[in-house]
Design a protein around this ligand. Sequence first.
Ligand code: PA5
Length: 420
Amino acid sequence: MRIKIAEAGIDNEILKQRCEEMAQWHGLLMSDDKTHLGANFKGWVKLPETIDEKLVDDIINTAEKIKEKCTLFIVVGIGGSFLGAQAVIDAFNGSREGWPEIVFAGFNMNGAYINKLKKRIARESVCMCVISKSGRTVEPLLSYAVFKELIFGKYGYKEARKRIYVITDETKGDLRPEAFENQFKSFNIPEDIGGRYSVLTAVGLLPIAVAGHDIRKLLDGAHDMQLSDWSAGSELVPYGAVRTLLQEEGKFLELFEYFEGNLRYFGEWLKQLFGETEGKDGKGAYPACLFFSRDLHSIGQFLQQGRQMFFETMIRIDKRNDDVIIPWPAGYPYAGKTMEQINGCAEEGVIRAHIKAGIPVNEIHIDELNEFTLGQMIYFFEMSAALSAYVMGLNPFDQPGVEAYKTEMKRLIEDLKVSR
Ligand code: PA5
């Protein structure tokens, strides 16, 4: 990974100080200190190194068994309980050949979406995994109830038990008794790892393995990033430093941009990671995602000349091997060139035009999109988000604001008329 931070006219001394502050937080986060802010939820920082090999074997073996049993694997979860898995699986355009198709559910309560899946469950060979750290989140619990009834009806209790998997908190997960009573195979979410930092636990690893992708390489990439230099003078820390300093200058939106459509869900994962990590106490940059070229023709005008309250973080994939030669008559500028070459020109062109317009643009370069580089990016952004929150005086690992709508919704649910 190579990082070029925005040249945002920030005083070098101020940037250096912010990097030092961040490096200090990094040191504390990596230490055994259990007293600092958020210390109860830092299990993810050493996870790539400490993850139990037996657990990884168990996940891979379970994925093999699921592959033998079904063509459709339904993953029920919301927020951190599905976005990381979908980010990785989508980056590879879905499952590898011969592995079950992964369909996500439980992140909405749309009858039409659920009915469509019900029809697929009726006609296809299915396994399901419900993922909820708390085991109390309404959206996944409701979809789980519908699909479980269907799977029990279709396969009968004895077989259905072997087709349903549960991933929940090791001690506090409310789905634990459900798994125990039905003897569903279950995996733990460690107590000290919160939802949006849990993609490298069974939460992300099981669905990714069922899709046929190499979870060991993903963990290796994250491990590589864990062991990288996170000191003040490193290449990694300035990204977080500059994004917090830009916010202090009124740049309240971070636009994550990519010219690779398969990063769409990686963008959704980033939205949750940054939105919930630093969006509190009236602080934080609103995270949004843009897919180019598509969005250059909808929002490009605004970026170039509209209200300048944002900065950009572009994820650039340097080698894009899946390419197409453009069939264009000789003598014209496109002749003999490839789509990805032209895509690269658009990418470079956007950066040049935006920098000329005075927009701060960070560039995160990866060589190519594979499990290892995705693992690196996951850990890099997790650490950058956590350090950003710390220097803003925030606890990176709570999300008290998510509860507010739930309280209102639960009141309204109680007043609903029973429909059968
Ligand atoms: O980051 C978080 O902790 C949250 O966004 C959760 O991932 C989300 O609310 C889902 O919670 P749960 O896994 O308990 O169902």
